[in-house]
Design a protein around this ligand. Structure first.
Ligand SMILES: [Fe+2]
Length: 219
């Protein structure tokens, strides 16, 4: 995790050709990460891939034209996803997420590896631990993710992103799925743990048998 200087992402409008060139440079940076990967079946297990992914996210931070004006538009209903780039080979998909004040993701793990950076505004990332005996996730700490924050990890970590500020936030995410599965095979939505005093009666018997969170739902 690092936090370089705030990028100049509060831009006006960029030409489509500038956008296409920025997307091409991001693809090239991601290709470097895959070329360095020694564990293609699970790139999240390769330190060189992780370094390459962080390098690619740094490239994205330096490319204001990567996100078109229309791809910075949010929704009043929930955080909004915009497709930015998709690997022709299906190894990854890049999306921008636009968060209006007060919007948040569900508590979730991932079905795949994920890298993300904050382009504009700030997000709060809450981290959770899986409590098998109480059938859900417990919040353990939270971090403010400022512009320039870069993160990469496998799918096991449980977290929730939220915009707790009074301004819009935009983040960029690279997921290890092809574009056709971006809406259905990324988030493993998980329940919160039941309160400790109720755990004996309400714990789910299937969840009780797992030390790791179960794969409950695609979302
Ligand atoms: Fe996530």
């Amino acid at each position: 995790m690092n936090s370089p200087a705030e990028p100049a992402f509060l831009c006006a409008a960029y030409a489509v050709e500038d956008h296409a060139a920025a997307v091409a440079r991001l693809h090239a940076a991601l290709e470097i990460a895959f070329d360095a990967c020694t564990t293609p079946a699970d790139p999240s297990q390769c330190p060189a891939f992780a370094r390459g992914m962080r390098g690619a996210l740094a490239v994205a931070l330096a490319e204001p034209a990567l996100i078109l004006a229309g791809q910075r538009e949010g929704s009043s209903e929930r955080y909004r996803r915009h497709l930015i780039a998709a690997d022709p080979a299906g190894r990854y998909t890049v999306v921008a997420l636009v968060w209006q004040p007060g919007q948040a993701s569900p508590v979730h793990a991932h079905h795949t590896w994920c890298g993300f950076t904050v382009l504009e505004g700030a997000l709060t990332e809450t981290l959770y631990a899986w409590e098998a005996t109480r059938g859900g996730a417990d919040a353990v700490r939270e971090h403010l993710r400022a512009p320039g924050t870069v993160s990469f990890g496998g799918g096991g970590g449980i977290h929730r992103l939220s915009n707790d500020s009074d301004a819009k936030a935009v983040s960029l995410h690279v997921y290890g799925v092809d574009a056709a599965r971006i809406a259905t095979h990324v988030n493993n939505v998980l329940p919160l743990a039941t309160p400790a005093q109720c755990a004996t009666r309400e714990v789910n018997s299937d969840a009780r048998a797992h030390d790791a969170p179960p794969r409950i739902a695609h979302g």
